[in-house]
Design a protein around this ligand. Structure first.
Ligand code: AMP
Length: 426
C-alpha cells in the first residue's frame, strides 16, 4: 500500500517523500489508519521497524485536521532515554517540516532554561523523558491539560528502568478524554497490566516479535577467553568491511577501557554511556554518524534510541545477560532492510546465557573460530602436565601459536554520504 492511500494530507506526503520513504513499513500500514480513526493502540514492534513514524505521521495529521483549543501541548510522547527522545524529536521535525508544528524536547542532564523557554513560546508536541517532565510540571512550567494524544514509547524499557511510578503520575495529569498509544517490543504481563490501566479498548497490532531478531542480520558467535577479547576485536577490525561498528560493553568502566585500547591501537573510537555528559554523548554519536569515529562503544541503556543508518556490525564485546538485550542490540544493525552482521564474543562463563538466548530465539547461532583466539585453543595450556612416565625425555612444549604479522593501519577513511546504504524498506 503506498503512503498516499493512508489519508495523510499533501504536506505530510511531501515530507514523507522528502525523507526518502517510498512505502510504509508494516507497522506504519497497520497503525496509521487505526490512529487516524481515533483508536487507542498497543503497538508491539521492535525498534528499527519504522515505529516512530507509525505514531508521528498520524499525530501530525490529526493535529492538522483540528485547530488548537487552548495553550500547551496537544500531543505528548514519553520515552525512556534522552537519546530516544532526541531521535523522536528529529523524526517530528523531519516529517513535520512542511507544516507549522512546534515541538519541544524535555530531558534531564542539560539545563532546564532552554526547555522552559521553548514551552513558553508555545508547543504542539512535547517529547520527554519522565523525570524532567515531572520536574517542569511540578514547577508549573508544563501543563498537560490540553493533550489530545499521548504516546508511551518503548514502554517495556521504561518499566525495566523502574519508571512506572513516574509514568503513572504523568498519565494521571492527562485529560481523561484523550487517545493513548503504547509501543513496546514485547507484550509481557506487566505491559498488559499498564495497558489496561492507561488505555481504553485498545487495538493491538504486533509486527515482528522481539523474540525474532531482525532477519536481515547475520549472527555469529566467537568463542574467546576473557583476556583475549580486546585482541580479537582488534583482529576483526583489520577487515575494512567493519566500517561502522557498534560495540556493546556490559559496564561503563568497560566501555571506557575498550575505547582507550582501540584508540591506542589507532582505531577512531568514541564511547557513549550514562557517566558521560549529555554534550559528550551527543558529540560521540555525531562523530559516529558522520563516520569520523569508526567504532562507537556503548552500554545497553545508552544505546537506546541510537538511530544511525548503515551500522555495518554490532559487536557484543560482553555477551548480554538478558536475551531481550541481545535482540535490542542486534536490532541496531540491519535497520530498515540494510544488511548487517552481529558478532558476539563468548567466554566459557557466557555459555549459559548463549543457551538461554538460543532457546528464546529458537535458533542455534553459527560459531566462528579464529585460530589463536578460540578459548578451546587455550585450554590445553592451562591443563598441561608433563607426563611422569618418561623422566629421561622432557615433554615437548606446546607449539608456539602462530603470531600474526604486524597489523596494517586500523584507521579507516570517514564514510561518505554516498557510501551509506539508501533508505528503503522491503
Ligand atoms: P524506527 O523503528 O522508528 O527507529 O525507524 C528505523 C529506521 O527506519 C529509521 O532510520 C527511519 O528513518 C527509517 N524508516 C522509517 N519509516 C520508513 C519507511 N517507510 N521507509 C524507509 N525507511 C523508513
Amino acid at each position: 500500500m503506498p503512503f498516499r492511500k493512508l489519508e495523510l494530507c499533501p504536506q505530510i506526503l511531501q515530507s514523507v517523500s522528502n525523507a526518502g520513504y517510498t512505502t510504509p513499513t508494516p507497522i506504519q500500514s497497520a497503525a496509521i489508519p487505526r490512529v487516524l480513526a481515533g483508536r487507542d493502540l498497543i503497538g508491539i514492534a521492535q525498534t528499527g521497524t519504522g515505529k516512530t513514524a507509525a505514531f508521528v505521521l498520524p499525530i501530525l495529521e490529526l493535529l492538522s485536521r483540528k485547530p488548537a483549543h487552548g495553550r500547551g501541548p496537544r500531543a505528548l510522547v514519553v520515552a525512556p532515554t534522552r537519546e530516544l527522545a532526541a531521535q523522536i524529536d528529529e523524526n517530528v521535525r523531519l516529517l513535520g517540516k512542511t507544516m507549522r508544528i512546534r515541538c519541544a524536547t524535555i530531558f534531564g542532564g542539560v539545563g532546564e532554561r532552554p526547555q522552559i523557554d521553548a514551552v513558553r513560546r508555545g508547543v504542539d508536541i512535547i517529547v520527554a523523558t519522565p523525570g524532567r517532565l515531572l520536574d517542569l510540571m511540578g514547577a508549573g512550567h508544563v501543563s498537560l491539560r490540553n493533550v489530545e494524544i499521548a504516546v508511551l514509547d518503548e514502554a517495556d524499557r521504561m518499566l525495566d528502568m523502574g519508571f512506572l511510578p513516574q509514568i503513572r503520575r504523568v498519565v494521571h495529569a492527562l485529560p481523561k478524554e484523550r487517545q493513548t498509544l503504547l509501543f513496546s517490543a514485547t507484550l509481557s504481563p506487566d505491559i498488559e497490566k499498564i495497558t489496561s490501566e492507561f488505555l481504553r479498548s485498545p487495538e493491538t497490532i504486533e509486527i515482528g516479535r522481539r523474540a525474532n531478531p531482525a532477519e536481515t542480520v547475520a549472527q555469529f558467535l566467537y568463542p574467546v577467553p576473557k583476556s583475549r577479547k580486546i585482541d580479537l576485536l582488534l583482529h576483526l577490525l583489520r577487515d575494512p568491511s567493519l566500517d561502522s561498528v557498534l560495540v556493546f560493553s556490559r559496564t561503563k568502566h568497560g566501555a571506557d577501557k575498550i575505547t582507550r585500547r582501540l584508540k591506542q591501537a589507532g582505531v577512531d573510537a568514541a564511547a557513549i554511556h550514562s557517566n558521560r555528559s549529555q554534550s559528550q554523548r551527543i558529540q560521540a554519536l555525531d562523530a559516529f554518524k558522520r563516520g569520523h569515529a569508526r567504532v562507537l562503544v556503548a552500554t545497553d541503556i545508552a544505546s537506546r534510541g541510537i538511530d544511525v543508518e548503515g551500522i555495518s556490525h554490532v559487536v557484543n564485546f560482553d555477551f548480554p545477560m538478558h536475551p531481550e538485550d541481545y535482540v535490542h542490540r542486534i536490532g541496531r544493525t540491519g535497520r530498515a532492510a540494510a544488511t548487517g552482521d552481529a558478532v558476539s564474543f563468548v567466554t566459557p562463563d557466557d555459555e549459559e546465557y548463549v543457551r538461554l538466548l538460543e532457546k528464546m530465539i529458537k535458533k542455534t547461532i553459527a560459531r566462528k573460530k579464529v585460530t589463536g583466539f578460540d578459548y578451546s585453543d587455550h585450554a590445553p595450556l592451562v591443563a598441561y602436565h608433563a607426563p611422569r612416565a618418561k623422566p629421561a625425555s622432557l615433554p615437548a612444549r606446546p607449539t608456539a601459536r602462530k603470531v600474526d604479522p604486524p597489523r596494517p593501519a586500523l584507521r579507516s577513511a570517514p564514510r561518505t554520504a554516498a557510501a551509506k546504504p539508501a533508505r528503503r524498506w522491503r
